[in-house]
Every structure is written in structure tokens, then in C-alpha cells.
Design a protein around this ligand. Structure first.
Ligand code: DGL
Length: 271
């Protein structure tokens, strides 16, 4: 049994898709979340900048006595996973391997669509991982740089003409190619799941990278005997690098509970 909290981070709100799944699977766990809202979006940044930001995010989280860290950011997972894991004395779980496994399991026709940030798509991390799992599977990748800013601005609702138009433009080639599985490789994208799902159609399975990362972390903690025990309600604390108000509002909407009292602003440049 290990009652230390789990650390989770992302460039902004997207990692809450992992938090929601972690809390559903392991309601007794304490969670420390960091969203780098002052520097979001990460997806267009260089590898060097991403590595620097990711190291600072981890350094801030490590000011708490954590038992594990979930990189609930597709961009950091695809770009800096190896370095972060090698540097960390506690287990670090990313989203690529778990989401790739789930997608390879879901596909029936061997055509997997992948959407993510520019950095994630550029890395080709999913292609490498899926080829290791099943070399027969084809991956059709599409960078979607406008989606993270839309989500961070709360533009997530079906019927919103801007978000519907942008999604249609990005997804059209994947729909035409006949993918039967679509990896939402950026953890922000499940907030757009209804828009994306409606466009792709009910026969296309959506794989949430954030939720798969959370499941992998839960599995790891369970098998290593590091769960918190039978407490019923763990505490979540949220830290952001810009003002708390925008984050609190959208996080409360997404998590369907008022989290505003648990959100604190920090200065990430100090780490
Ligand atoms: N949630 C991050 C991801 O999974 C968003 C990256 C960004 O800030 O552009 O890639």
C-alpha cells in the first residue's frame, strides 16, 4: 500500500481526460495535476523546448512526494518520454504505448487513423510503436494544430460552426481512407469526442490517449502493490502556470464538479 499521490501533467486542460479516468478507476487515490496553461500550446514547439518544458513540469511535480507520474500529454509522451523515464527515480507512464496497444487491438481492417499535434505527428512515435505490435497495420496520421487552442478556449460543443468546420477539414482524409479506429493522440481531443465521433461515424472506434495512459498507470500501481488502499475519496489538487479562473471554469465543466477551490497558480520558471 502506498498513500502518496500520483502526479499528472499536461500543457493545459487535456490531461484532465487522464485524471477523469484515474479517478473513475481508482477513486481513493490522491492526484496532483499540473497544467502548463501559461505556455500552452506545446504542439508547435521544437524538441529542445519541449524537453525543457517537460523537465520543468516534472521538477515541479517532484516537489511533492509522488509514487508515479503520468505524462498526460501526447506531445511530451511522443517527444521526451525516453529522457524523462531515464531521469526519474519513480515510475513514469506515457500515453503512446497504451494507446497504440488499444488501437492495434480495436482495428478489424488494419487501418488506424491518428490525430495529434504537429510535434506528435512529426515524431512518428505511434507508427514505430504500432509496427512493433503488428507490422501489418497501416497508420494514417494527421496533425491538427488548431484543435488545442479551440479546446483551451472552450470551443468544444457540437453545433459550433468553427469547431465543426476545423474538425471536418482535418478528418475528411481519414474518413475517406476508411480507417475503422481513430487514436485521439492529443489528450485535449476527447473533449471534442462528440464532434469527432459524429463526423467519423459510429463504426469508427475512438481511442483516447489520456484514458489509455491512465489505465496503464492504474495497472502498474495495482501490480506493484502501490495502490492507496480502500479509501473512498482521494483528493485532487490542480496547479496551473497562468490565471486560475479560465482553467477552473473549464475543468469544472469537464469533470462535472466544482474544482475552483482546489486550483492554485504557480511560477513554472522557478523549476
Ligand atoms: N494535450 C497535449 C497533447 O496531448 C496538447 C499539446 C499542446 O499543448 O499543443 O499533445
Amino acid at each position: 500500500m502506498d498513500q502518496r499521490p500520483i502526479g499528472v501533467f499536461d500543457s493545459g486542460l487535456g490531461g484532465l481526460t487522464a485524471v477523469a479516468e484515474l479517478t473513475r478507476l481508482l477513486p481513493g487515490e490522491d492526484i496532483i495535476y499540473f497544467g502548463d496553461t501559461g505556455r500552452v500550446p506545446y504542439g508547435g514547439r521544437s524538441r529542445e523546448t519541449l524537453l525543457k518544458y517537460a523537465r520543468q513540469d516534472v521538477a515541479f511535480l517532484r516537489t511533492f512526494d509522488l509514487k508515479a507520474i503520468v505524462i498526460a500529454c501526447g506531445t511530451v509522451s511522443t517527444t521526451a518520454m525516453e529522457e524523462l523515464a531515464a531521469e526519474s527515480p519513480i515510475p513514469i507512464v506515457g500515453v503512446v504505448e497504451p494507446a497504440a496497444r488499444q488501437a492495434a487491438q480495436c482495428t478489424k481492417n488494419g487501418k488506424i487513423g491518428l490525430i495529434g499535434t504537429q510535434a506528435s505527428i512529426r515524431s512518428r512515435a505511434y507508427e514505430r510503436c504500432i509496427a512493433r505490435i503488428n507490422p501489418e497495420v497501416q497508420v494514417l496520421a494527421q496533425a491538427c494544430p488548431l484543435l488545442v487552442p479551440l479546446v483551451e478556449n472552450g470551443r468544444i460543443h457540437p453545433g459550433d460552426v468553427v469547431v465543426e468546420t476545423v474538425c471536418a477539414e482535418y478528418l475528411q482524409p481519414l474518413r475517406e481512407a476508411g480507417v475503422d479506429t481513430l487514436v485521439l493522440g492529443c489528450t485535449h481531443y476527447p473533449l471534442l469526442a462528440s464532434v469527432i465521433g459524429r463526423f467519423m461515424g459510429p463504426e469508427v472506434a475512438l481511442v483516447s490517449a489520456g484514458a489509455e495512459g491512465a489505465r496503464a498507470a492504474a495497472g502498474l500501481l495495482r501490480t506493484s502493490g502501490a495502490l492507496a488502499g480502500d479509501r473512498t475519496a482521494g483528493h485532487c489538487r490542480y496547479f496551473v502556470s497562468d490565471s486560475v479562473s479560465g482553467f477552473s471554469q473549464l475543468a469544472s465543466l469537464f469533470l462535472q464538479r466544482d474544482v475552483s477551490a482546489a486550483v492554485t497558480q504557480i511560477d513554472i520558471s522557478l523549476y
